[in-house]
Design a protein around this ligand. Sequence first.
Ligand code: ZN
Length: 76
Amino acid sequence: MSLLLLAGSLLITVVCYLLGLPFFFLFLFIPLLPYFGRGPVRMKRCPVCGWETAGREDFCPWDGSRLTPADGQGDD
Ligand SMILES: [Zn+2]
């Protein structure tokens, strides 16, 4: 998947370079965005069933329990 993003990014970069656009290098960072975005993601965990999400859910979709933050200090 990241290879596909990289290939697409390189393709856009080459096209922009050929067009003489000065900001073509910005597209080089596109494949890196998911990695940057992965850091501050706050995981939430259901204390009842252990369901985890990085989304905006506040309640477990399975049992309706309020999700608690799982800031990586959890135990595996
Ligand atoms: Zn649950």
